[in-house]
Design a protein around this ligand. Structure first.
Ligand SMILES: Cc1ncc(COP(=O)(O)O)c(C=O)c1O
Length: 435
């Protein structure tokens, strides 16, 4: 990448001595000499350590829904932390956040808080197993539900190793995942009702949970085919399986009630994190009272920081703003203009592509017409996506380097930022277009 990242490179060298890869999440590492470090962020903008300014479409992997360092959220956090940063007792603000969530999300009757999306899905799986008395879990290839060992299978693993789609092989996405857990996980291609039906026909009565993102938020934002989510719902009803909808990316982003509102869908449990607190650490899982009520009845759940005040206060302020203002409608309108503009530029340049996702979190796969699952996405031109992403970053537009990760928009991305992004996108395409 052709960017003067001198300070970033100095920081990377220093960081590498004390942090593996010089970062605190593998996803923040783009390579030696090409990993930006950050100085600050405000609204739709981010400055790297060398003070280069970008319109930010990574938004911390999606949590920033209002804008970076959003004043009203920060004010509420400052006010609340002066009253104590956390406590071994429950405080009223926690109850208010839970009440807001239950009001906003159609399928939620009760919730419990956690600190990260990983924790939320881990707790939801335990509750599902306890409720059903079964142990097996079904997940979809290319979906990511956090770093715990139960579902970090066939996520980033080479698709070539997955075997035939009628009988997929679950592949662990890391060394260190205990092999016996293979017995508990079944991985299936997304958007394929026939394979799901066939699989449940043989193991349906042993399955505790089917966990799914509503769209493939960690693989090119591939949308569910019409009725696929409803099909999962009906199969869960048929076999007495708990349907866990992982709304860590879609929750409080694609609609105030997330994918449940968007698709008029009622899972048994749902998980939240990212946009819930506009970038502060709060997560949650919740759902039907009948299922959630077993927590504390022989089912363990908790955590020292699960009611951390900055997270709870930020969630309170974020949800209050979402309820008060047309935040997500505004993002949807601007995001749609951006998606349409990008598609038009690619078409004008004769670049075959497939737009996917929602205006608030979208992607485009290049060199393919239609993608429905990780296997078809894998055939897209990922190297070309990366070349274009780098050309954009060099010009002050910051999507993720990784084609799996969607572009995210916030309420602070105004019409002017969309105009500038489209203008820059046109220039970048021109610069990288293959002759
Ligand atoms: C759908 C989904 N679930 C769970 C997680 C894990 O969340 P966290 O990174 O907060 O642990 C992520 C993170 O990107 C996610 O996208």
């Amino acid at each position: 990448m052709n960017i003067p990242w001198e300070t970033s490179n100095v920081l990377q060298k220093r960081a590498t001595k004390v942090l593996p890869l010089g970062v605190n999440s593998n996803f923040r590492f783009w390579g030696e000499g090409i990993t930006p470090y950050m100085q600050k962020a405000k609204g739709a903008y981010l400055w790297d350590a060398d003070r280069n300014k970008y319109i930010d479409y990574r938004l911390g992997f999606g949590p920033i829904i209002l804008g970076h360092a959003y004043d009203e959220v920060n004010e509420k956090v400052k006010q609340e932390i002066d009253l104590g940063s956390m406590s071994a007792m429950t405080y009223e603000l926690e109850i208010e956040v839970a009440e807001k969530m239950v009001k906003m999300c159609p399928g939620l009757e009760m919730v419990r808080f956690a600190c990260s999306g990983t924790e939320a899905t881990m707790h939801a799986l335990r509750v599902a197993r306890a409720y059903t008395g079964r142990e097996k879990v079904i997940k979809f290839e290319g979906m990511y539900h956090g770093f715990h060992d139960y579902t970090l299978w066939s996520t980033y693993s080479p698709v070539e190793a997955y075997g035939n789609s009628r009988n997929p092989i679950p592949i662990p996405s890391s060394s260190g995942i205990p092999r016996p857990l293979n017995e508990l996980i079944t991985t299936l291609p997304f958007n394929n009702p026939e394979v799901l039906e066939k699989t449940l026909g043989s193991i349906g009565d042993q399955v505790a949970a089917i966990i799914a993102e509503p769209c493939m938020g960690n693989c090119g934002a591939i949308l569910p085919r019409e009725d696929f989510l409803q099909f999962i719902r009906s199969q869960c009803d048929k076999y007495g399986i708990v349907f866990i909808l992982d709304e860590v990316k879609t929750g409080f982003r694609i609609a105030n009630g997330g994918a449940q509102e968007f698709y008029n869908l009622k899972p048994d449990l749902a998980t939240y994190a990212k946009a819930l607190a506009n970038g502060y650490p709060l997560a949650a899982f919740g759902g039907k009272k009948e299922i959630m009520s077993i927590i504390g009845q022989g089912v363990a759940q908790g955590g020292t920081f699960t009611n951390n005040k900055p997270g709870v206060a930020a969630a309170w302020a974020t949800l209050t703003i979402l309820q008060r203002e047309p935040v997500l409608k505004t993002i949807e309108k601007r995001g749609k203009r951006l998606m349409d503009g990008i598609s038009k530029i690619l078409t004008e340049n004769s670049i075959p592509h497939c737009m996917s996702g929602y205006p608030a979190m979208f992607s485009y796969a290049m060199g393919v017409d239609c993608i429905t699952d990780q296997r078809s996405w894998n055939k897209s031109e990922k190297e070309f996506y990366l070349t274009l992403a780098e050309a954009l970053i060099e010009r002050g537009i910051m999507p993720d380097h990784d084609p799996r990760e969607p572009w995210f928009l916030s309420y602070s991305h105004g019409e002017a930022e969309i105009d500038l992004t489209l203008e820059t996108f046109r220039e970048a395409v021109k610069a990288v277009k293959k002759s």
